[in-house]
Design a protein around this ligand. Structure first.
Ligand code: FCB
Length: 442
């Protein structure tokens, strides 16, 4: 088993960084040693998570981290992308919780000892509940609390971190969490979605200031997700629908970061939905970045409709992964090339890409053909984007191992390593073995 790339591809250079990714809430467990976060509350609310599960144990990484790093090392990857649980490292009074900080310092030191670069994300959606109780991302002050957390933590970590990302996918935190209500904290108001997005972006810019000061030698940036929007037909109405959807779900989060402005379609928002923006906010938000992290899984197709800007079309006959997301690798190349054309990008890292599959463990192996072919076609798509001039320097598989998939609970498996949740045994899937081969054969 191996993934094939064209001879001479930049993706076959030793300098190209290959990694695996996880996030704190999805794998750690260890809730006895941290404050509650919004996902604990959301999981405890009936009907929010499909299998009624929670993050209390997850992959028990809190206790198994040393074995998990040995596993990461056995895959031969160059880098590991993890996130920090804010509620583990900060006390309610705003002081550092040294026990939590030490948990991550031990991980960072172990990674360094194994020659694995650490890509640390400061916020992968697990806001401390006591901050949500003060309004969460609807409260402007949360952006300043985030800056303070980033400041204290980056001082405590010293020079251990290879790369910091401020936020993971602010689209999900704001739109899914405060506007569509399908993620924590589960609020449902358009104005909330827009206001929380603005405060998240502000938090990003404020955190960049302290990271630059405290950790000048690390590569500091942000991780954004993109679901490219395609029109159902070439009709001007469908094309406009797709463009408005693209603005709303994608450009909304990147344009402020690079251009210091929201997309023009901001003007279409009703006055009561417009976020409060203070003078100077965009100067903070558009702080220069050392890298942009891009997460990609799928595309969405839209058409025009009466009375709304756009409506999503279900591509009923298209190939899909186990979570129902269309497999459409061309959108990955198109996305990367279009971002490169629209913005003055720093080096790009693919910080997440992967597929959910209904994996079965048979005789100690998982033959995950769907995921193998997904990775093959998407690595090719990245290669194509490089050929078209996009400066892409790394690629992370989502995920290292099966884990708590948010509103889907444990029902969807994204790992290149299989997790038996009863025994906590890990088994490298065939997609993971192929990844290992690709990396070691460069
Ligand atoms: C992304 C998230 C990640 C994981 C994948 C499948 O949106 O960043 O935590 O859930 O989707």
């Amino acid at each position: 088993m191996n993934y094939e790339l064209p001879k001479g591809s930049r993706l076959l250079n030793k300098e190209f960084t290959y990694g695996v990714a996880t996030s704190s809430f999805q794998i750690e467990g260890g809730i006895e040693d941290r404050l509650p976060c919004i996902w604990d509350t959301f999981c405890a609310t009936p009907g929010k998570v499909k299998d009624g599960s929670n993050g209390d144990l997850a992959c028990d990484h809190y206790h198994l981290w040393r074995d998990d790093i040995a596993l990461i090392s056995s895959l031969g990857v160059d880098a590991y992308r993890l996130s920090i649980a804010w509620a583990r490292v900060m006390n309610k009074d705003g002081s550092l919780n040294q026990r939590g900080v030490d948990f991550y310092i031990n991980i960072l030191d172990e990674l360094k000892a194994k020659n694995i670069k650490s890509f640390v994300t400061l916020y992968h959606w697990d806001l401390p509940q006591h901050i949500e109780d003060q309004g969460g991302w609807l409260n402007r002050n949360t952006a300043y609390l985030f800056q303070d957390y980033a400041d204290k933590l980056s001082k405590a970590f010293g020079d251990r971190v290879y790369s910091y990302a401020t936020l993971n996918e602010p689209f999900c935190s704001s739109y899914l969490g405060y506007e569509a209500g399908i993620h924590a904290p589960g609020l449902t108001k358009k104005a909330f979605g827009r206001q929380s997005a603005h405060h998240l972006l502000l938090a990003h810019g404020l955190a960049m200031q302290v990271l630059r000061k405290n950790s000048p030698n690390s590569m500091n940036g942000i991780v954004l997700n993109f679901t490219p929007a395609y029109p159902l037909t070439d009709s001007p109405a469908d094309q406009r629908a797709a463009q408005l959807a693209d603005d709303y779900f994608n450009q909304w989060y990147i344009k402020p970061v690079f251009d210091g402005a929201y997309p023009d379609s901001f003007a279409l928002l009703a006055d009561e939905d417009k976020p409060v923006i203070e003078p100077g906010d965009f100067d903070i938000i558009k702080a220069p970045l050392d890298f942009l992290g891009v997460n990609f899984y799928t595309r969405t197709v839209y058409r025009a409709t009466e009375g709304r800007d756009f409506i999503e079309v279900d591509m009923a006959d298209a190939p899909k992964t186990d979570i129902g997301w269309e497999i459409y690798p061309q959108a990955f190349t198109d996305l990367l090339v279009s971002l490169h054309q629209k913005y003055k990008l720093p080096p790009v890292y693919i910080t997440e890409n992967g597929a959910a599959a209904a994996d079965q463990l048979h005789n100690g192996a998982v033959d995950d053909q769907l995921r193998l072919s997904y990775y093959q076609s998407h690595l090719n798509a990245v290669h194509q984007a490089v050929e078209q001039g996009v400066d892409i320097q790394g690629y992370f598989a989502w995920s290292l191992m099966d884990n708590f998939e948010w509103a889907e609970g444990y029902l969807k498996r994204f790992g290149i390593v299989y997790v038996d949740y009863n025994s906590q045994q890990r088994t490298v899937k065939n997609s993971g073995l192929a990844y290992k081969n690709l990396i070691s054969n460069r």
